[in-house]
Design a protein around this ligand. Structure first.
Ligand code: NDP
Length: 307
């Protein structure tokens, strides 16, 4: 029987733990943790993400502030906003919503964030801390995946993890985390010579490339743990019919909305041979915002000398 790795359940569990810790802190008359989100421009997807992050932070009992700057903001204006937040003693976590408008120097602006408030874990200081085994902040998606695996009872020590995708947001930090958990790690990417062969050697396969239903049974060894990080919106009726001919629930969702969310894994074909698998949606997705809350609480505790 394939184990379904339920990100919604684990996400709710962690959110409840974070909220309970904050309730205890404020019960002791301490200030609540504070999250600040910087949103530049009007990208519709970014607006949705920022709103959901803000809502989750408020529900958990944090203070939350979204600073909105116009798409025409200069690098100096964005930098000044970040520096004000760095200096604000009531702000523990700063998140600059990506992507920034193309006119802005993303790398330079991320460097302006105080690494001890960098709850997205993208500052080079935190990248270095992860790889040198020092306490820092880890990007929320791989951090969430690690929690999901651990809280679902997936054994990591000595197992072979194959990660496909080498982005700084997902693949690379995932490798650092799994290495620290004593996995043997293989990283694959678009130039890997025999991708199906590498993938079939995995005890734990992480698919993070952004290609709908790319990974099929030819990539998966029987009994492997499959983590599907991809989130792809599919609106081609023929493609949806081809992929989900035997999944009435997905077909109904498509008929209702005109699109469906699909991971990087061909779930209907892979699930029967996997030992455990994350669904899309409801697998990795719910953990990303959750771990932003966990990271913000962690930043608070470190800044307050409690950690
Ligand atoms: P990027 O586009 O930054 O990176 C994609 C990676 O996949 C690259 O390393 C690329 O290789 C590799 N790749 C692309 N095509 C292939 C291929 N055919 N074979 C092998 N490797 C390939 O993506 P992200 O890491 O940001 O995101 C990956 C997916 O995860 C997306 O679907 C995204 O939506 C999703 N995502 C989900 C999150 C969640 O909360 N669940 C959070 C973040 C991302 P190369 O380096 O050689 O170009």
């Amino acid at each position: 029987m394939t184990q379904i790795l339920d990100g919604k359940r684990v996400g709710d569990e962690i959110r409840n733990e974070v909220a309970a810790e904050i309730a205890a802190l404020t019960g002791d008359r301490r200030r609540p943790p504070g999250l600040a989100v910087v949103l530049v421009g009007e990208d519709p997807a970014s607006q949705v993400y920022v709103a959901s992050k803000g809502k989750a932070a408020t529900i958990a009992g944090m203070t939350e502030r979204t600073l909105r700057l116009s798409a025409a903001a200069t690098p100096g204006e964005v930098r000044r906003t970040i520096e004000e937040l760095n200096a604000d003693s009531e702000v523990d976590g700063i998140l600059v919503q990506l992507p920034l408008p193309e006119s802005l120097p993303e790398r330079e602006l991320l460097l302006a964030i105080d690494p001890d408030k960098d709850v997205d874990g993208l500052h080079p200081m935190n990248v270095g801390r992860l790889w040198s085994g020092e306490p820092g902040f880890v990007p929320c998606t791989p951090f969430g995946i690690l929690e999901l695996l651990e809280r679902s009872g997936v054994e990591l020590i000595g197992r072979h993890a194959v990660i496909v995708g080498r982005s700084r947001l997902v693949g690379k930090p995932m490798a650092g985390l799994l290495l620290a958990e004593h996995c043997t790690v293989t990283m694959c990417h678009s130039r890997t010579a025999d991708l199906p062969g590498e993938c079939r050697r995995a005890d734990i396969l992480m698919a993070a490339i952004g290609r709908p239903a790319f990974f099929g049974p030819e990539h998966v060894r029987e009994g492997a743990v499959v983590v599907d990080v991809g989130i792809n919106r599919l609106d081609d009726a023929d493609e949806v019919q081809r992929l989900f001919a035997d999944s009435p629930k997905k077909l109904r969702a498509f008929a209702r909305r005109g699109s469906v969310l699909v991971g990087d894994v061909d779930y209907p074909k892979v699930a029967p041979i996997a030992g455990a698998i994350t669904p899309v949606p409801g697998g990795v997705g719910p953990l990303t915002v959750t771990m932003l809350l966990a990271n913000t609480l962690l930043a608070y505790k470190r800044r307050e000398g409690m950690e």
